[in-house]
Design a binder for this molecule. Structure first.
Ligand code: AHR
Length: 491
C-alpha cells in the first residue's frame, strides 16, 4: 500500500498560473501551419490564425506565450516582421531546417494571437546577433504610448494603442546557440541590453535573463552575482529524453526501460530546480528574482519521414506523465518557480496539439494541462509520498508522485501519478486538516505506455472518470491504473 499525506493545514504559497505557460518558435510547423495559415486559407481562421488551435488552447487557459524562439530569437530581426506582408523580406531559418522564413507572422500577429488566447505575451529579444538599439526600438515600438517615430510607425501598421508587454527575455541560450558566451561576458551584456528595455506609460516589464543550461551552477552563480539586481527572472532550460545509450529514441516505439529512463530524466527537474534555487537563495534571500523554466519537455527522434530540423514528434502516455510530474515539481517550488513554458505548443517537441492540414488532434500532454488547470493560482498544500521505487533510471524513481492545492472556492485538488508501467496501485491518503464530504475524480490512462492519439484515432487517449475513490474521516482511498494521471476534487 502506498501512502500520501496532504497537509491541508499548512498552506504554502501560491502556484502562479504562469507555470502553465507555453512556447512557440519559428521552428518546423509550429508557427506556420500550427498557428498561422494566412487569411486566404481554406482552414478556418481569424485574421490568418487558425481557429481550432485558438479554441483548443483557450480551454486550458494558457497563461503566457513565449515567442519568437528559442535559437531563432537570436537571429531574428523584428523589423522584418512588420508592415504589409507582401513586402516583408524573407530570411533563411538557419537553425531549423534552413527553410525560407516569410516573416508573415511577426509582432502584430503575435500580439493578436496572445489577445485571442488570453495569454500574456513574452517576447525573447536578440542578444546573439542583434544590437542594443534594435532591442530598445522593439520595446518602444510595442509599448510607447506617446508620439515618436516608432510609435507612429506602429500606428501606420494598424495598431493605435500600445500593447501590454509584461515579459521580455534578454537573449536565449546565450551559452550556446545565442552566442556561445561565457557567463561573465553575458552578464555584462545583459546589464547593458536590459538598460534599454524601458517601461513606457503604464507598461511594466519583467526582465528575464538567460539562465543556465541544465546543471551549470557556475552560470547561475555568476549571473546572480554580477547582474542579479537588474533582473526579475532567470531562466532555466531542461529537456528530458531516454539518454544516449537507449535502445530506442522513438517517441512511440519504446519499452519499459525507456519509459523509466525518460521519467527519471524528467524528475531530474527536482534536483536542478533545488540546486539553482540554493544559489539564488544565497544572493536573493527575499526571492525577488523568479526562476523561469522557459523551455522544458521531452525530446525524441523526429517522426520517421519528417524533416530532422523540424523536431516533429508524437506524444504518448509517457509524455503525459512527464508533464504531470514536472508540473508537480514546479508546484512544490512555487515560491521561486513563478513561470514555466513547455516546448513547444504545436507540431514541435512535447506539443499540446498536432496538425495535418485542416485536422488537429489533442495530445495526452494537452489532457494533463486540461486536468491540471485547477491548480492555476491556487494555494499549494504540501504533500508527503511514501511509495515503492523503481530501480531503473539512474538512482531509481518513485512510482507515485503527487501535488495538492486549494482553490479560491475552498475545493482541494489532489493530483496523483502512477509511474508504474505495468501495475495498478492502491493509495491511502491522510487528509490533514481537510474535512471533505464529496470526491470527484478524473483519470488519464490509455491502454499501454505507448498509447497516443492519431489522426485516425484522435480519442485513443482521453480523460475519463475514476471510479472507486472512497472518502472517510480525513482519509481517502483510491486505486490508480498503471501508467496514469488522476486529479481528484475534494469538497
Ligand atoms: O526548443 C527547441 C530549441 O531547444 C530551442 O530553440 C532552444 O532554445 C533549445 O536548445
Amino acid at each position: 500500500m502506498s501512502r500520501i499525506t496532504v497537509h491541508g493545514d499548512r498552506p504554502a504559497g501560491r502556484i502562479s498560473r504562469h507555470i502553465y505557460g507555453h512556447f512557440a518558435e519559428h521552428l518546423g510547423r509550429c508557427i506556420y501551419e500550427g498557428f498561422w495559415v494566412g487569411e486566404d486559407s481554406a482552414i478556418p481562421n481569424v485574421r490568418g490564425i487558425r481557429r481550432d488551435m485558438v479554441e483548443a488552447l483557450r480551454r486550458i487557459r494558457p497563461a503566457v506565450l513565449r515567442w519568437p524562439g528559442g535559437c531563432f530569437a537570436d537571429e531574428y530581426h523584428w523589423t522584418d516582421g512588420i508592415g504589409p506582408r507582401a513586402s516583408r523580406p524573407t530570411m533563411i531559418n538557419t537553425h531549423w531546417g534552413k527553410v525560407v522564413e516569410s516573416n508573415h507572422f511577426g509582432t502584430h500577429e503575435f500580439f493578436d494571437l496572445c489577445e485571442m488566447l488570453g495569454a500574456d505575451p513574452y517576447i525573447c529579444g536578440n542578444v546573439g546577433s542583434g544590437t542594443v538599439a534594435e532591442m530598445q526600438q522593439w520595446v518602444e515600438y510595442c509599448t510607447f504610448d506617446g508620439v515618436s517615430p516608432l510609435s507612429e510607425r506602429r500606428r501606420r501598421n494598424g495598431r493605435d494603442d500600445p500593447w501590454r508587454l509584461p515579459y521580455f527575455g534578454v537573449g536565449n541560450e546565450n551559452w550556446g546557440c545565442g552566442g556561445n558566451m561565457r557567463p561573465e561576458h553575458y552578464a555584462d551584456l545583459y546589464r547593458r541590453y536590459q538598460t534599454y528595455v524601458r517601461n513606457f506609460g503604464g507598461n511594466r516589464i519583467f526582465k528575464i535573463a538567460c539562465g543556465p543550461n541544465g546543471g551549470d551552477e557556475r552560470w547561475t552563480e555568476v549571473l546572480m552575482q554580477e547582474a542579479g539586481r537588474h533582473m526579475q527572472g532567470l531562466s532555466l532550460h531542461h529537456y528530458s529524453g531516454p539518454g544516449r545509450g537507449a535502445a530506442s529514441r522513438s517517441a512511440t516505439r519504446f519499452g519499459e526501460p525507456e519509459w523509466y529512463a525518460v521519467l527519471s530524466s524528467a524528475l531530474r527537474m527536482e534536483s536542478l530546480v533545488s540546486r539553482h534555487e540554493a544559489i539564488m537563495d544565497r544572493h536573493d534571500p527575499e526571492r525577488r528574482v523568479a526562476l523561469v523554466v522557459d523551455e522544458w519537455g521531452a525530446w525524441y527522434e523526429v517522426e520517421p519521414g519528417t524533416n530532422p530540423g523540424f523536431l516533429y514528434q508524437q506524444n504518448t502516455m509517457r509524455d503525459a506523465l512527464v508533464a504531470a510530474v514536472t508540473l508537480n515539481v514546479f508546484h512544490a517550488h512555487c515560491a521561486r518557480v513563478r513561470m514555466a513554458n513547455i516546448a513547444q505548443t504545436v507540431n514541435v517537441l512535447q506539443a499540446m496539439a498536432l496538425t495535418r492540414g485542416p485536422e488537429l488532434l489533442l495530445t495526452p500532454t494537452y489532457h494533463v494541462y486540461d486536468m491540471y488547470q485547477v491548480h492555476q493560482d491556487a494555494t499549494l498544500l504540501p504533500v508527503d509520498v511514501d511509495c515503492e521505487r523503481h530501480a531503473d533510471g539512474g538512482d531509481g524513481i518513485p512510482l507515485l508522485h503527487a501535488s495538492a492545492s486549494r482553490d479560491g472556492s475552498g475545493t482541494t485538488h489532489l493530483s496523483v501519478c502512477n509511474l508504474d508501467a505495468a501495475a495498478e496501485v492502491e493509495v491511502e491518503c491522510a487528509l490533514a486538516g481537510l474535512d471533505a464530504t464529496e470526491v470527484a475524480a478524473r483519470v488519464l490512462a490509455g491502454d499501454a505506455i505507448q498509447s497516443h492519439n492519431t489522426f485516425e484515432e484522435p480519442e485513443a487517449v482521453a480523460p475519463g472518470e475514476l471510479a472507486g475513490a472512497v472518502l472517510g474521516t480525513r482519509t481517502l482511498r483510491l486505486r490508480l491504473p498503471a501508467h496514469s494521471v488522476a486529479v481528484l476534487a475534494l469538497r
